[in-house]
Design a protein. Structure first.
Length: 431
């Protein structure tokens, strides 16, 4: 039978995607595992492989289409011996597999698509119940708290977190249909927008910019993190004079594209400190704490319209040259949106460096499931007193934001102290 190809969820945070390109045309044969399309998620541009052999009979969503919801039909695949006539009933993005799963055991919970079944508006709830061998006296008592709803409307309501018990249906016999869910959401959004608009200065001109999927996901995840993780911050100024001396010696005889930066050294320092203070290398998992063996460290990278945090895996097993090469590759593919989900998910700590923008210090928000994040500011020269004499030192500010469920204040302080010690005495990295 014809197979419907749905928009896949290519990352845990993906709710919508963009069809960038179809690699196959209608009528082309495809094999399992073959790439048939390129899909842009909220974080990356990814290749989509078909899971079955067959012929790409019809493309439902053309390339260039944006904001296609996950699980929405995008194409139809047929097998040998089948024809386009076999997919006529599936040739719509409105079709739902729920129709094949409907049971007549309980009509109040029946999910029938408004576009496939016509219900006589004169039929009463009691007549419907009786015709399906359901006791009307028993079931009609629940009519005030249970709702008739089509499968498509129910799926949209669940996806959007809408309580459809509060909605009055406009379909036959009061059935809630897709338009009722959409209109309810539109009304709710209009109320919020109207409240916000009332605070806007009507005399001040502005340009509206739609929120893209990446910015929407970033906003959602950061809001959840900020509201659900009890965090605290610690800050320390670190002298980078000694580590810069060593870095300059290392870079003296190598080409510019092979140079070791302060970021490469900082990644290694953080890894060593995580090993020394293992409570940092953990994740909160509701009823248990996960403590990791290897150190996976994320690096915040600003890309067009958003932010992504690629992960350098197993930093504890790698030298500076490997860290340098991997970071360069990850940053390049971040800007090209070619990272795999496994390359930007997970990790237990991230580093965000805004030193290039001249930011002295700042506080970042933890990216779950990580336990903390380090915010690194710009280097600056300040007067310091050494051996009762005033001299100039170069320092930078490092701020730790930590999940207090996992990391107590004293542990966070110990971790920052270890980082400071290694940076100011880089020879200790050899121990």
């Amino acid at each position: 039978m014809p197979l419907t190809i749905y928009m896949p969820a290519l990352s845990p945070t993906m709710e919508m995607g963009n069809i960038v390109k179809w690699h196959k045309n209608e009528g082309d044969s495809v094999s399992s595992g073959e790439v048939i399309a390129e899909i842009e998620t909220d974080k990356a541009l990814m290749e989509f492989e078909v899971a079955d052999d067959g012929v790409l009979a019809k493309i439902l969503i053309t390339e260039g289409t944006v904001d296609v919801k996950v699980n929405e039909p995008i194409a139809i695949l047929i097998q040998d011996g089948e024809s386009l006539d076999d997919i006529s009933r599936n040739d719509s993005s409105e079709v739902s597999d729920f129709e094949d799963e409907v049971s007549s055991r309980d009509l109040l919970d029946l999910d029938i698509d408004e576009e496939t079944v016509n219900i006589d508006e004169n039929v009463t709830s009691e007549e419907i119940l009786v015709s399906n061998n359901i006791n009307p006296e028993k079931e009609l008592d629940k009519e005030h708290i249970r709702k008739f709803i089509t499968p498509l409307a129910k799926r949209i309501a669940i996806d959007k977190g809408i309580d459809y018990s509060r909605i009055e249906g406009t379909g036959p016999n009061g059935r809630i249909v897709k338009s009722d869910i959409q209109n309810y959401k539109l009304t709710e959004n209009n109320q919020i927008t109207q409240n916000n608009t009332n605070m806007i200065d009507s005399n001040n001109q502005y340009i509206e910019t739609p929120i893209d999927s990446m910015r929407e996901v970033i906003a959602k995840r950061l809001q959840e993190s900020h509201s659900s993780i009890p965090s605290y911050t610690l800050n320390v100024d670190v002298s980078i004079t000694e580590i810069n001396k060593i870095r300059k010696k290392m870079n003296k005889d190598i080409s510019d594209d092979m140079r070791i930066s302060i970021n490469h050294l900082l990644i290694k320092v953080v890894s060593l400190s995580m090993i020394k203070v293992p409570e940092i290398n953990t994740s909160w998992a509701e009823n248990k704490i996960l403590r990791y063996i290897d150190t996976d460290i994320g690096i915040a990278v600003a890309i067009e319209n958003g932010l992504i945090t690629p992960i350098i895996k197993n930093v504890n097993t790698k030298g500076l040259a490997v860290i340098r090469d991997e970071l360069k590759d990850l940053i390049t593919r971040s800007h090209e949106k070619k990272l795999k989900p496994s390359e930007y998910q997970g990790g237990t700590i991230s580093i965000s460096n805004l030193g290039a923008y001249g930011i002295k210090s700042f506080t970042s928000i933890i990216n779950p499931p990580q336990s903390c994040i380090l915010s690194v500011g710009a280097s600056r020269k300040i007067p310091v007193i050494i051996d009762d004499a005033v001299t100039i030192d170069e320092v930078m500010s490092i701020t730790l934001t930590a999940d207090h469920r996992l990391i107590d204040g004293a542990v966070g302080a110990q971790f920052l102290s270890s980082i400071k010690s290694l940076i100011e005495n880089p020879n200790l990295m050899l121990l």
